[in-house]
Structure formats: C-alpha cells, structure tokens
Write a protein that binds this ligand. Structure first.
Ligand code: ADP
Ligand code: ZN
Length: 288
C-alpha cells in the first residue's frame, strides 16, 4: 500500500510516501508560499507517487467537521494567504483517493502513540513549544476534536506576581503561548530564545508557566504520558525544571505512580523528529 503524508506547516510543507507499517520511502520539502504556488508542487509530487490514500496534519485552526460546508478549510490562520483556503477539497479534486485530515499536533500525537514516546498509551498529550504553542490530545484511544479541535496552547494561566511582562498573544496577551512561545521569550528578554544563557531566570519563568499548563492538563485528562516537543524544548535545562515545578505545583494532591517517575511521565518526543509525518501517514492509513 502506498500512502502519502503531508505535514503542512507555516514555514514548510513536508511531503512523504510510505507504507502502512510507517516505513517512509520518499520525502520532499517545499517552502510554504501561497496556495497558488505551493499546492501545484505538492499535487504533482503526490500524483507521480501514485498513492492509494493521503493523510494530512495541518497547521490550524482548521474545520474538521465532516458534515460542515467548510470541512477542510483553514480558518483564522495567521498565514493570510491560506485563510479560508480549503486544502482538503483541492487535494480531493486532484488526487482521487481517500484523504484523512487532522491538526499538525494531533498528527504528531498519533505518531508518538504508534511509534514513539507514548507507544502503548491510550491517553497522551503532545505539546509543541516553538513559534507557537500547540497541543494534540488523545483520550481513551481517540484524538479529541470537540466542536473544532483543542487550542490549548492559548490556555490562561496564573501569573507569578513578580512577572510584569504583558505577553505577546495578539488575542489574549499573556495566555500560555503569549508567555512561553519562542517569540514570547525573545520579546521578553530582547534576544533570541536560543541565545539566552542556560542559567538565566528566563528559564525558571518559562518552566513554571509550562508546568502550570501541564498541571491543568493532568488534572483535567489524567494522561498516561505527556510529550514536549518544539524548538524551545531544545533548551536541555528546561525539562528537569518543568519536572520539578509540576511536582511542586501539585503539592501531593494526586497519588498516581506516574508522578513518582516524572522523568518517564513528561518526556521528549521519540520519533527522531518524524512524529508529524509519521502521524500524517497514519491519518492516511486510517482513512483507507
Ligand atoms: P515551528 O513551531 O515553527 O513548527 P519549531 O518547533 O522548530 O518550529 O520552533 C521554532 C521556534 O523555536 C523558533 O522560532 C525559536 O523561537 C524557538 N527555538 C528554536 N531553537 C531554539 C533553542 N535552541 N532554544 C530556544 N528556543 C529555540
Ligand atoms: Zn492566546
């Protein structure tokens, strides 16, 4: 079986072809331009590859309701050229095969659950902390969508009283994304997040807010595993700080084994950076 996979991102489109066992045979990347420039490149690649199905993990927000008139539309994306663009419809018209669609982070969550750090779990959360903050959530074996799909990267959190930074989210200022995305960290400290020294107080604040979000998620969903990916997590010192903060914030309230081995509970991704494309492949496989 030849399955196409697309990880549609704000800066690049990763296109691949693989099989139902998650073995990738071919992979290409196109810069994300406008739909007029980028769609024909991807369509021509997938046509040449003669795929039986396609899976798409797409940046959002996107309309994921199969009975909606705008199913497959990218909605209020900051990428203006793609706003209100129906990416699914275009591929369906051109490729003539079943197509599975979900958010990029739900796809990454799926990839991690099948092949990576959440293998064997039925309840897992994938969080990416990079240009923005996004979350894919799987509960009792099903990726959560609800009315649209989770946008938990924008959850509201309790600010430390000593912290006067107003936050960078254009909608909410100091939501999680407005405080801990790479851009927010850069704006707060006046330099790129990657250039802030490892022992800087910046990382304590960042870890604290990420931990608050994680505590909210643990209390709400009781996941079996939480995976933290994205560029900001390249900061090696951050994960142990987050572990400590999560335990501190919970104050012994939850008596679950996972918290006794927190370094096995809140973990890095386990697919060598391929969780998104492997997840997209699974979306394609599941649609067949
Ligand atoms: P995206 O979110 O665009 O898919 P990434 O997850 O790679 O991509 O996130 C990129 C962002 O992560 C960069 O804009 C930068 O703010 C941040 N970042 C990348 N590398 C580092 C690093 N080593 N330390 C801290 N922040 C980083
Ligand atoms: Zn926000």
């Amino acid at each position: 079986m030849r399955i196409g996979a697309l990880e549609a991102g704000g800066t690049k489109m990763v296109c691949a072809v693989g099989n139902e066992f998650g073995e990738i045979e071919s992979l290409v990347k196109f810069p994300t331009g406008t739909p007029e420039t980028t769609m024909p490149q991807m369509i021509s690649y997938f046509k040449q590859q003669k795929i039986d199905a396609l899976g798409i993990g797409c940046f959002g927000p996107i309309d994921l309701h199969k009975d909606s008139d705008t199913y497959g539309c990218i909605t209020s994306s900051p990428k203006e050229a793609w706003r209100n663009y129906n990416i699914l419809d275009r591929f369906l018209k051109e490729l003539n095969c079943p197509i599975g669609l979900d958010t990029d982070v739900n796809a990454a969550c799926l990839g991690e659950m099948e092949y990576g750090a959440a293998k064997g779990c039925q309840n897992a959360i994938y969080i990416t902390i990079g240009t923005g903050v996004g979350m894919g959530i799987c509960s009792e074996g099903k990726l959560i969508h609800g009315v649209m799909h989770p946008e938990a990267g924008h959850m509201f959190i309790k600010r430390l009283s000593s912290d006067l930074f107003e936050g960078t989210c254009p909608y909410h200022k100091d939501c999680l994304e407005g405080l801990v995305s790479g851009g927010a960290i850069g704006a707060r400290y006046g330099k790129k997040a990657s250039e802030i020294p490892k022992h800087d107080i910046a990382w304590k604040y960042t870890a604290h807010y990420i931990a608050e979000a994680i505590v909210n998620l643990i209390l709400t969903l009781e996941p079996e595993r939480i995976i933290l990916g994205g560029g900001v997590m390249e900061q090696e010192q951050l994960l142990p700080l987050i572990h400590n903060e999560v335990v501190t914030l919970l104050r012994g309230y939850l008596q679950i084994d996972q918290l006794q081995k927190i370094e096995e509970y809140i973990v890095r991704p386990g697919c060598d950076g391929n969780q998104g494309i492997l997840g997209a492949l699974l979306l394609g496989r599941n649609e067949l």
